[in-house]
Design a protein around this ligand. Structure first.
Ligand SMILES: [Zn+2]
Length: 194
């Protein structure tokens, strides 16, 4: 029996990770025993501890994003109030917490950033990207899951880490004003399936 997957585009086109060498964590010590870490053995940013042998696996960090539309098919975007990419636009969303269900995480992030409650609709796609959270720690690889969403209560307003929120029609969205590659790809897939 075929596996049933929600939405018209179960798997988004993966984007090529740019500047692969630049994506690297910059950890110095083993989280188990505080021994020195050796990054040379595996080449995937997963170091091994020279003292106790612990392999410190590094994985793409999961994020969730919402493409929220109104009745005229405009998309809600927010202007980022912090780096990276301060002043640029993105969709509401963010990193999942440890063990958090993706849809719960998306509802939480949207409420934190723009103050509205959403219902989650179709899955749009999943996209790999990168994110520089703290220059001291290095650049994380991310795995970004996108869903359509509709507001069920509240009026969008700029809250946590957000400067402004606005509705944009397809023609009003300028790709060069978007903060992240994963947002660009998700919006392209979203509009391609309308
Ligand atoms: Zn160790």
């Amino acid at each position: 029996m075929a596996l049933e997957v929600p939405g018209p585009s179960p798997v988004g086109r993966p984007i090529k990770i740019r500047q692969r060498k630049m994506i690297s964590v910059n950890y110095k010590f083993c989280p188990v025993c505080a021994g020195d870490l050796d990054f040379s053995k595996f080449g995937d940013n997963s170091p091994i501890c020279l003292k106790c042998g612990f392999k410190f696996y590094q994985n793409s960090r999961p994020t969730v994003g919402a493409i929220i539309t109104d009745d005229s098919r405009k998309v809600l975007l927010l202007k980022r109030a912090k780096n990276p990419s301060i002043g640029m636009l993105q969709n509401p969303g963010g990193f999942l917490m440890f063990g958090e269900d993706p849809k719960d995480g998306l509802i939480r992030e949207v409420e934190e950033e723009v103050g509205v409650r959403v219902s989650i609709g179709k899955f749009i796609g999943m996209y790999t990207d990168e994110y520089l959270d703290d220059e001291r720690a290095g650049t994380y690889a991310t795995l970004n899951l996108f869903f359509e969403a509709k507001i069920v209560s509240g009026k969008p307003r700029a809250l946590d880490e957000t400067d402004e929120v606005s509705w944009f029609s397809k023609d009003e969205i300028k790709l060069e004003e978007l903060a992240f590659e994963n947002t660009k790809q998700a919006l392209k897939d979203f509009f391609a399936n309308q």
